[in-house]
Design a protein around this ligand. Structure first.
Ligand code: PLP
Length: 445
């Protein structure tokens, strides 16, 4: 079994360069490629191979998607078998067993005690968009509260919620939905005075919502939903402070507002529990998942309390939603998560975090290490004393890792390196990854 990356050409290699050239010519210029340029040919387990035969350890999992690793044999088998019997029929117009099978499984898994129903979408944004439409439909209200640093997608409606980077917004002129953005409880950089820890960070935000937002621009009785990530993903892997989601739940209960938790990034075993919300002992009204649910096939789900998801036939649907091949992959993925991978994420995640915390002690440029399970953020700063984020150093470290055969991804917050490896990662893989990361930091400072 492969233990270490193999780099045998200059990077990117000659074949990769040719593909990058054609991509630049013909593919939309809106895709945001990383500082390093990787042209992937194949993937197996935690490894990906580029077009020139270089082998990298993938600690991104296709941006937190390939939860069971690349091309897990059992997932490949489930997909292959499904393609031999039914590829598409349009579940919004016909019935097939796969739809209720996954919906029933999700009803068992989601942290919502009351009976639920599931809407099948094709992406994370589409799942969140569904939650927004459903919330408006159900409450007959139109306003939403979202958080600074959040990412919920780039479709026009979800873009109204998203607040992680200016580039997502610039040129689109206005929010389609009526969304008020409030600060996310961030003890490192809070706009509120007197914030020193998680608890004071959360209290300040709750106070701001109840005593400023509700009393001025946004009466609580007009708010359809509060939309929150249990762990901010694109924002830089910030877990919610312990009581924050519970306090949001209280606000929602007191004001007839729906609590919509976006677990597109944090869900499906990544944090050591099936849903990150479970770490907080809170019940959302609506929960969205996507990325990790089907090991790489495109599917999103919006799961809501049954008494909320009772809209009439025709009120929301999409041709490909709930495609049987994607569902076959999702059911197999969930089986693997339940049979050990979620627990592995917890154990190996703790091991990885411990190793990164040791590197934080060693390097002044590692300002913070945070996260749950295999969703870990490493904040790169000028120094621990200033805690000033430095995207430039972050990019250098990321590229130095790539040159040594380790794939990690930046793009979180201003200067956060994100670790979201496949949940099959072993402690032995972690040792190799941490060695490379250590070397890369050393070479970049
Ligand atoms: C929390 C969260 N919500 C929604 C989305 C949007 O998902 P997609 O890119 O599949 O539309 C993302 C994507 O990164 C995400 O991290």
């Amino acid at each position: 079994m492969l233990q270490k990356p193999i780099i045998k050409t200059e990077l990117p290699g000659p074949k990769a360069k040719q593909i990058i050239e054609e991509d630049t010519e013909y593919v939309t210029s809106s895709f945001n490629r990383y500082p390093y340029k990787l042209v992937v040919e194949k993937g197996y387990g935690v490894w990906v191979e580029d077009t020139d035969g270089n082998v990298f350890m993938d600690c991104n999992a296709g941006i937190a998607v390939c939860s069971t690793g690349h091309c897990h044999p059992e997932v490949v088998k489930a997909i292959t078998q499904q393609t031999q019997t039914l590829i598409h029929m349009c579940g919004t117009n016909y019935y097939y067993r796969h739809l209720p099978a996954l919906a029933k499984k999700l009803d068992e898994l989601v942290p919502i005690k009351s009976p639920t129903r599931t809407y099948f979408a094709n992406s994370g944004a589409e799942a969140v968009e569904t939650a927004l439409k459903l919330a408006i439909y159900h409450t007959k209200r139109q306003k939403f509260i979202s958080f600074m640093g959040s990412f919920h997608g780039r479709s026009l409606a979800t873009l109204s919620l998203t607040a992680s980077k200016k580039i997502h917004q610039v040129g689109y002129m206005r929010q389609v939905l009526d969304v008020v953005h409030v600060p996310y409880p961030n003890k490192l950089r809070s706009p509120f005075a007197g914030v020193t820890d998680d608890e004071s960070a959360a209290t300040a935000v709750i106070n701001y919502i109840e005593n400023f937002v509700f009393k001025t621009t946004t009466p609580a009785e007009d708010v359809a939903g509060i939309v929150v990530e249990a762990i901010q993903g694109e924002g830089g892997y910030f877990p919610s402070p312990p009581n924050f989601l519970k306090e949001l739940r209280r606000i929602c209960n007191e004001n007839g507002i729906l609590l919509i938790v976006d677990e597109v990034h944090s869900g499906m075993g990544r944090t050591g529990k099936m849903f990150a919300t479970e770490h907080y002992d809170v019940e959302p009204d609506i929960i969205c998942a996507s990325k990790g649910i089907a090991s790489g096939l495109p599917i999103g789900v919006c799961v809501a309390r049954k008494d909320i998801m009772n809209w009439p036939p025709g009120s929301h649907a999409s041709t490909f939603g709930g495609n049987p091949v994607c569902i076959a992959s999702a059911l197999k993925t969930i089986e693997l998560l339940e049979n050990g991978l979620t627990e592995n994420a917890r154990i190996v995640g703790n091991y990885l975090k411990d190793g990164l915390l040791k590197l934080q002690d060693k390097y002044d440029c590692i300002g913070d290490v945070r996260g749950l399970g295999l969703m870990i953020g490493v904040e790169i700063v000028e120094s621990k004393q200033t805690m000033k984020p430095t995207a430039e150093l972050r990019d250098r470290i990321e590229t130095a890792c790539y040159n040594r055969g380790l794939l990690i991804f930046g793009g979180g917050g201003v200067s956060v390196i994100r670790w979201a490896p496949p949940l099959i990662l072993t402690k032995q893989n972690v040792d190799v990854a941490l060695n490379i990361f250590d070397e890369a930091v050393m070479a970049s400072i």
